[in-house]
Design a protein around this ligand. Structure first.
Ligand SMILES: [Zn+2]
Length: 278
């Protein structure tokens, strides 16, 4: 797990007295990365020198963290795709006093790319006038989508987990992905195919998101890993094109995430794809 080195580096910097006040963690697995941040929080604060799992039965701090009850640790997640100003204001208010139970007041922003301008601006107070007892962790799956005023004030780390691709891929969805990719590769009427076959495939935005994530992981694995189920299209295009397609899918997922119209997104996908297989 690559992230072990990130954990160690942050802790090492802490012990050397040169730790940053804010971190931007770009990851391929937000939940896994969040768990790692929690472990860093324990290691920074645990009075019993937290090891793999705090063994000290008296350690209230680790108990409070495990129970999600430590007042000096606040996690903020998006509500309906947005990190709202109310949550940021709550954080600013809670952290206006020094921590009582732990060394640091620590906030974690999950899916930091979902901070809107007003939430980000409110948070800048912490980033522009850092105090020694406040630490911030911003977790995102794409640093480019994090508002630049936040991004530029954080120390950047990459936490890649390379979870087994098979864990992430649902075989039924994968089958649909392969059919789609092959059909738009062979089909001149690929936009029509969107109307006749694709648009009714899923009802929910979440399902479309999963569909394109499956495509993303499958193609990534075809490109950088070894898969013996490569479809025609993949065998015939160059690796360079394949990488471009993977980047395209990332963009498509962003559009879906941002509430874009699915019809238009599918058409955009097909039109962009043509560049790579013509
Ligand atoms: Zn502990």
């Amino acid at each position: 797990m690559v992230s072990t080195s990130v954990k160690n580096e942050i802790l090492e910097r802490y012990h050397e007295g040169r730790m940053a006040h804010a971190f931007l963690l770009e990851t391929d697995d937000i939940d896994e990365c969040y768990n790692d941040v929690i472990e860093i929080v324990k290691k920074l604060n645990c009075p019993y020198e937290f090891q793999e799992d705090c063994k000290n039965k008296e350690c209230n701090l680790c108990k409070l963290i495990n129970a999600n009850n430590l007042p000096s640790l606040i996690t903020i997640s998006p509500i309906k795709q947005v990190i709202v100003l109310d949550d940021i204001n709550y954080l600013l208010d809670k952290f206006s006093t020094i921590p009582v139970y732990s060394k640091f007041n620590i906030y974690i922003i999950k899916e930091a790319h979902k901070l809107n301008m007003e939430s980000a601006n409110a948070l800048l107070k912490f980033l522009e006038e850092p105090t020694d007892n406040i630490l911030g962790f911003f977790i995102t799956n794409n640093k480019e989508n994090v508002i630049s005023t936040i991004r530029s004030r954080c120390q950047l780390f990459y936490c890649t987990y390379n979870r087994e691709v098979s864990d992430k891929i649902n075989e039924d969805i994968l089958l649909n992905v392969k059919l789609y990719l092959n059909s738009i590769y062979h089909n001149k009427d690929d936009l029509l195919y969107n109307r006749t076959h694709m648009i009714n495939l899923y009802d929910e935005r979440k399902e479309w998101e999963e569909f394109f994530y499956t495509m993303f992981y499958y193609l990534k694995d075809c490109c950088f890993g070894s898969r013996d189920d490569k479809i025609d299209m993949i065998k015939k295009i160059s690796k360079e094109s394949l990488i471009q397609i993977i980047l395209l899918i990332e963009t498509i997922i962003k559009y879906i995430d941002a509430n874009g119209n699915i019809d238009l997104i599918l058409d955009k996908f097909v039109i962009e794809m043509r560049k790579y297989y013509e």
